[in-house]
Design a protein around this ligand. Structure first.
Ligand SMILES: Cc1ncc(COP(=O)(O)O)c(C=O)c1O
Length: 458
């Protein structure tokens, strides 16, 4: 990897320089307070999804630019959540904004027949992702993993799916099992992450430890002939695969006629134009995409072997082997236009080197700040992602993550937000190409302030 090429502070766009003190600063405007009150009244928990901040940190997003955004009061934050990952170019990248405006003038939606941006996007994806002989657009990452699982079941005529403990594959019933188990249980029994999952669904799922090929092999052999697919995040959350793990899964699935699904919703177009599959040199049968390929809009895809994807060829409707996959917004042209603009930026020479370098600079800088403040925590990560854990060694699997002090991390993350560093509490963090040297300097100063205000005992 080349030398760090972050721009100097003087070269940065003015918009990225701090103009108000970072963070919440105890200020809430009347307008924002009104919106928060309305949200509490109308939305369960005053939230749009499964995450809510403590009352003193709650805010309403107002606008974002590059690596920063402001809340409705005007408080500024440096963003490492980045829309939970899609915004690899930062907020409101001019090329993406222009592409969306241009497409909106021509029409925002035509239903899941063909539109030109979607066809062009299919070509870009197929040109870069090694497994992508064909692909089908969806509208989210969850949509993609759900349909990849259905395609694998139809293809093999088997029902069981093996996933890994701690892996996140979205919101549906086959995904919400042993994602964040509260207790240590025997493998391969799954633990539901939500109420509302029928007991029969649990019977269809097997859970194995990530990075443990031997235990995984044992589970596969005990269920030989029953498993349709192994679905794996090639980099599970923030945990890198140990040498031989992905290769081992490839060999194991081939030996047992199991479909290997790489869930590349996070890693796709983040670890390079070829995703984690090119980065690690292992080609799965199917991969699922979301986040970056939507460029910040609701777009996903399942890509992979033509013989598996062709099961959802609508000309086969009526054939018992036909697999239904459809969605009103499949391949939406606004999303495809945003994606094309995003991928064009990522294709520019040096883009991924820079993205990796930014993350490396954040990781090493924060590691030094934690050490200088004698915090019992590490900053680590892989590729363009980073994380903090209150532990002394990098996790190899989800049980190592469970052994770290998760409550301390959440309290520390709240302190980061108070100081203007926006992270999804407890979750791994992303960087974007918009994060400048000035953003990183301001981040390190804010992390230092957070460390000084943080006490370990609750
Ligand atoms: C690896 C992975 N798969 C699937 C999903 C689900 O994607 P979505 O939230 O777009 O439904 C996520 C979301 O974070 C993810 O990280």
């Amino acid at each position: 990897m080349s030398e760090i090429t972050l721009p100097t502070a003087a070269q940065e766009p003015a918009v990225n320089r701090r103009s108000v003190p970072l963070g919440r600063n105890g200020r809430t405007s009347e307008r924002e307070a009104g919106q928060l009150a309305l949200a509490y009244e109308l939305l369960p928990g005053g939230a749009l999804g499964g995450n809510a901040l403590p009352d003193d940190l709650r805010f309403v997003f107002h606008h974002g630019n590059g690596a920063r955004f402001r809340d409705t009061t005007g408080n500024e934050y440096i963003d490492y959540c980045l829309g939970s990952g899609p915004l690899v170019l930062g907020h409101a990248h001019p090329a993406v904004v222009q592409a969306v405006i241009d497409q909106a003038r021509r029409g925002t939606h035509f239903f899941a027949y063909l539109n030109e941006p979607a066809v062009r996007l299919a070509k870009v994806i197929a040109d870069h992702l090694p497994c992508a002989e064909k692909l089908r657009f969806t509208t989210s990452g969850s949509d993609s993993t759900f349909h990849a699982i259905r395609l694998a079941r139809a293809f093999t005529g088997r029902d069981k799916i093996l996933k890994f403990e701690g892996a996140y594959h979205g919101h549906h019933d086959y995904a919400q099992l042993s994602t964040s188990p509260k207790r240590v249980a025997e493998f391969p029994a799954p633990q539901p992450d939500t109420s509302g999952i029928p007991a029969d669904v649990r019977e269809l799922m097997l859970v194995a430890p990530y990075n443990d090929l031997e235990t995984t092999r044992g589970i596969v052999e005990a269920h030989a002939g029953e498993i349709a697919a192994i679905i794996v995040e090639p980099v599970q959350r923030i945990i890198a695969p140990v040498d031989g793990f992905l290769e081992g899964l490839r060999a194991l699935t081939e030996a047992h006629g199991i479909v290997l699904i790489f869930d590349e919703v996070v890693t796709g177009f983040r670890f390079g134009m070829g995703g984690a599959q090119a980065h690690f040199g292992i080609t799965p049968d199917l991969c699922t995409l979301g986040k970056i390929i939507g460029g910040g809009t609701p777009l996903g895809a399942v890509a992979g072997r033509a013989d598996i994807l062709d099961q959802c060829d609508p000309r086969q409707k009526g054939d018992p082997a036909y697999v239904y996959q459809n969605g009103t917004l499949n391949g939406n042209p606004l999303g495809a236009a945003a994606a094309l603009a995003t991928l064009a930026e990522l294709e520019k020479p040096g883009a991924f080197d820079r993205l990796f370098e930014i993350a490396a600079a954040v990781r090493s800088g924060i590691g030094e700040v934690l050490a200088a403040n004698r915090m019992p925590a590490i900053c680590f990560g892989t590729g363009p992602m980073w994380h903090i854990l209150f532990t002394d060694r990098e996790p190899r699997n989800h049980r190592d993550v469970m052994a770290a002090d998760g409550k301390a991390l959440i309290r520390f993350d709240y302190e980061l937000i108070r100081n203007g560093i926006f992270v999804l509490p407890g979750n791994r963090r992303f960087v974007s190409l918009a994060h400048s040297r000035g953003d990183i300097e301001d981040t390190l100063a804010a992390v230092d302030r957070a460390c000084r205000r943080f006490t370990l005992a609750a």
